[in-house]
Structure formats: C-alpha cells, structure tokens
Design a protein around this ligand. Structure first.
Ligand code: HBI
Length: 91
C-alpha cells in the first residue's frame, strides 16, 4: 500500500540523505574508491535479493545512486523504506 505524504515525510526524516525524485526514493552514496563502490553495490544486491525488492543502481566511478519504488504499487511503500534503511546499515 502506498505511503501517504505524511507517512513518507516522517519516514524521510528518519533517513539520511534520501529524497523523493519523480515519485521514487533516491540517494547517491559517495564512496572513497571505485572498488569500494562496486563492493557496496554487491552488498546492496544481496540485500535486495533478501528483501525481494530491487533498486535501480547507477554506478558513476565512486558514486552510486540508488532509486527505488514499488513497481507493483506504482509508488513508494514500506518495502522501499525497508530497503533504504537496510542500505544505510551497509556503509
Ligand atoms: N522491486 N523495486 C521493486 N519493486 C517491485 O514491485 C518489485 C521488486 N522486486 C521483485 C518484485 N517486485 C516482485 O517480482 C516480487 O515482489 C513478487
């Protein structure tokens, strides 16, 4: 079920650096090196598989941008928040 704008604002306030971009949750992580960026992407991939919830991943040298929404619902749900919170624990 889609989060209401109030719920979304509340959840965003508990996350660090995540924004809503064109209706999707997005954050760019700036890692120290390219290998570290790839290592981080591997961890995100494992987390996504464990949640069966997958972000779009853009790798630009040492910057990794994650963009996620719940395709099945056409917007942002608790599943997206869960993934974002999990990603926060990876760095
Ligand atoms: N990942 N971001 C995202 N959104 C979805 O709706 C989604 C997914 N990964 C798998 C998936 N849906 C479905 O195939 C399973 O939930 C059944």
């Amino acid at each position: 079920m889609l989060l209401s704008s109030t719920e979304l604002s509340e959840q965003l306030s508990r996350l660090n650096g995540w924004d809503v971009v064109e209706g999707e949750l997005q954050k760019t992580y700036r890692l120290e090196t390219f290998p570290e960026a790839i290592q981080f992407v591997h961890l995100v991939a494992d987390l996504a598989e464990s949640l069966d919830h997958h972000p779009n991943i853009l790798i630009e040298y040492r910057n990794v941008t994650l963009t996620v929404s719940t395709h099945d619902e056409g917007g942002i749900t608790e599943k997206d928040i869960m993934l974002a919170k999990g990603c926060e624990e990876l760095v």
